[in-house]
Design a protein around this ligand. Sequence first.
Ligand code: SAM
Length: 332
Amino acid sequence: MQGEKHRASRNRTITLSADERTSLLSFISDITDLKAGYRDNSIINADLADCLDYIPDRYFDLIIIDPPYNLDKDFNGLKFSAMTTLSYEGYLRRWFYKVCDKLKENGSLYMCGDWKCSSSMQRVIEERLTVINRISWQREKGRGAKSNWKNCVEDIWFAVKNPHDYYFDVESVKMKRKVIAPYKVDGKPKDWEETSTGNFRLTYPSNFWDDISIPFWSMPENTDHPTQKPEKLFAKLILASSRQGDKIFDPFLGSGTSAVVAQKLGRQFCGIDINQEYCLWAAKRLLNALSDNNIQGYADGVFWERNSLNLQKSSQQLHKRTIKGDEQLNLF
Ligand SMILES: C[S@@+](CC[C@H](N)C(=O)[O-])C[C@H]1O[C@@H](n2cnc3c(N)ncnc32)[C@H](O)[C@@H]1O
């Protein structure tokens, strides 16, 4: 059990007590609940294959997919085994076409992968959607290899149903970067701002992301999930490709990152994961988000560079809000 591991006192990894595990069970649905009727804002503990016929078609504005990559991986007892590229493409097709049916005609879809499975993903995505871009996320941490290059990059495919009609709000994902060469015209900063904490420029993001770390033990979002995505990463996808109140679907929810960020940013969500423990972690994170809706690295409407927490604190008002007494987690 996760709670029994010995952890340093500053370790903020989310764990569950036996009592919490029991009480959080009431926040997650199963296939029987889903068959009784689809509801927004639900965490469904089930096999994706069993769920798809009970989720409405053309319903979601945004779908975020972070499936098992083509690697040997132990998801809390459920082992995923590496296979040939051809077999992996077959695996993707078994659920991807139906997942696409859930996307609105003007909706957007993102799929995460690594170098090994990424080309399979592109091929399968293009059988149903138009790929608009591929984001490369430099995730810094990677296992060193003696006879190969260390793998430090992941791909995130961005695809839409209709390349002439989809929502994209680039203004909501601007980055605040330190100015290296502060250029002035007539003594005034050109395209940058002089502040008491330094010189900064607001820039539009490219498809190379080097400002996001993998969650680690001192971060409040961290769980023991082996492939947890950072909230900052999904915040960019959600802000750029959905509006307030929009509906977001994550067929491989894991520790709940997409649902948590959706809730923090005022979107609706539906997430599925086959593993009950992961669904419980997701529920706990959603509860925590009621009293703390900060997204590390995103403050005052802009994305900050890595390792800039102190700068953010000293120059920005972090997005704190008061929780009303009657506010509660409304999960179905
Ligand atoms: C790469 S992880 C997703 C991690 C997630 N994005 C996060 O931030 O925690 C893939 C997840 O898919 C789940 N999974 C694998 N096969 C599944 C299936 N057939 N139905 C539902 N979930 C499945 C695993 O339990 C695992 O948590």
